[in-house]
Design a binder for this molecule. Structure first.
Ligand code: SF4
Length: 409
């Protein structure tokens, strides 16, 4: 590849991979170093390669790029906005196809994540993106994963065509309120975005019924956090509405990050890094643990999540009267609320308790979160004596050793 990829294309790749890194819809990290890889591309700099999870939980490497970082729009939070003084580049359809195929053949990637600034018109941009996916599938028999970021203002017909070739389509909401959109992304319209999501939902459902292929991995969106004064509670309310109304697979949260030459209407500082992680944890509780937005928000203060502890623990500490829960008799819904017990651990506990009364050591075998769970549960040999009344409970269950945060407990 190093030999076949000319310098011009390499330079474009550096610009357009870098410009794509602000997009959270494909959870990104630098690519791991690959021995024998290309010089500077997809190797130490990880130019363009990110990791994302497919709906069935597999981690895949994707080529994550923009078709172009030229843009007609001027969204304040975006490094690619027309008033931004960044180096610009534009791939042709053929170039993206070539890059994808070359990377794929060499096992650098398992798929493509393609987004774009808006050039000429939303239709023109959407058409080019669709043509990339179509050429990959039809002309090259590409069997990898394709995630296309659609342009909501593009004609529904073009978006529909894109869905024939892509595995997932996403439509970025960017800001949860119409007021913020108006202030920070004046050319975008919340109603258009939501209408496009609604149409997408219908198409996906229809195709599923008719057993034909259309964006089989569903649709997702991205919300930028910290660029305006929207609270976490309002962000989560918006997400809950999106999941319910448009059957989204995921809402991605992207903490607004200071970009080169930021717009003056943006806050000077980015939000605390932890905020994005807490929102992901809260989102997980919404989708898999039966929590409502109001319950999650009640764990924090003033509509903001507690940055110091995860939202499930925050809720438990404020609802101590709901604990302890008996691992041998408690209902699944109640066990799911025990801090430290993830859904998988709860299912294992329910399975195991059919055969015997569980003791703490059994729970330790079935869950890695026993230390945090202990004050909140009863087992055959364990009954916490008013432990949930302790004033220092928060400190007691919070590890002094910084740990990787878990989404699952
Ligand atoms: S339309 Fe997209 S690429 Fe263009 S400025 Fe807005 S967010 Fe950035």
């Amino acid at each position: 590849m190093g030999a076949t990829l000319d310098e011009k294309l390499k330079a474009k790749l550096r610009i357009l991979a870098d410009a794509a890194k602000y997009d959270a819809s494909c959870a990104s990290s630098g690519a791991p170093k690959r021995s024998g890889g290309m010089t500077g591309l997809g190797s130490t700099t990880g130019a363009g390669i990110c990791h994302a999870y497919t709906p069935d939980g597999r981690c895949v490497s994707l080529l994550k790029i923009l078709l172009t970082n030229y843009c007609l729009f001027d969204c304040a939070y975006c490094v690619n906005r027309r008033s931004s003084n960044v180096r610009r580049a534009r791939f042709t359809v053929d170039e993206v196809v070539k890059l994808t195929i070359e990377f794929y053949k060499r096992n650098y990637i398992e798929g493509l994540f393609l987004s774009s600034g808006i050039i000429r018109s939303p239709d023109h941009t959407m058409e080019e993106m669709m043509r990339v996916a179509k050429a990959l599938r039809r002309d090259h028999g590409f069997a990898g994963y394709i995630h296309l970021k659609t342009i909501p203002e593009a004609s529904p017909w073009l978006i529909e065509q894109a869905g024939l070739w892509a595995d997932r389509l996403s439509i970025n909401l960017e800001l949860p309120s119409q007021r913020s959109l108006k202030r920070l992304a004046p050319e975008k319209d919340g109603t258009t975005i939501r209408t496009a999501m609604g149409q997408m939902r219908e198409r996906i459902a229809e195709a599923r019924e008719e057993k034909r292929r259309f964006s089989p991995a569903g649709q997702s969106t991205q919300v930028i956090v910290g660029a305006d004064d929207t609270t976490d509670e309002a962000v989560l309310q918006s997400s809950a509405g999106l999941y319910e109304r448009y059957d989204l697979k995921r809402v991605y949260y992207s903490a607004f990050s200071p970009i080169p030459e930021p717009s003056r209407v943006l806050p000077v500082k980015p939000p605390p890094m932890q905020r994005e992680s807490r929102l992901y944890q809260a989102d997980w509780l919404l989708r898999h643990y039966g929590f409502t937005v109001a319950e999650i928000a009640a764990g924090g203060e003033g509509g903001m999540l507690d940055l110091g502890i995860d939202p499930k623990l925050a809720w438990a500490l404020k609802n101590r009267d709901r604990f302890p829960v008996d691992v041998n008799t408690g209902e699944r819904e109640l066990l799911l609320r025990v801090p430290g017990l993830g859904a998988r651990a709860v299912d294992r506990i329910i399975q195991a308790r059919r055969h015997r009364r569980l003791r703490l050591e059994d729970v330790a075998r079935l869950s890695s979160g026993l230390r945090r769970a202990r004050p909140f549960l009863i087992a055959a040999d364990h009954r916490p004596v008013r432990l949930t009344d302790r004033l220092d409970l928060r400190r007691l269950v919070t590890s002094p050793v910084p740990q990787q945060m878990s989404l699952f407990a």
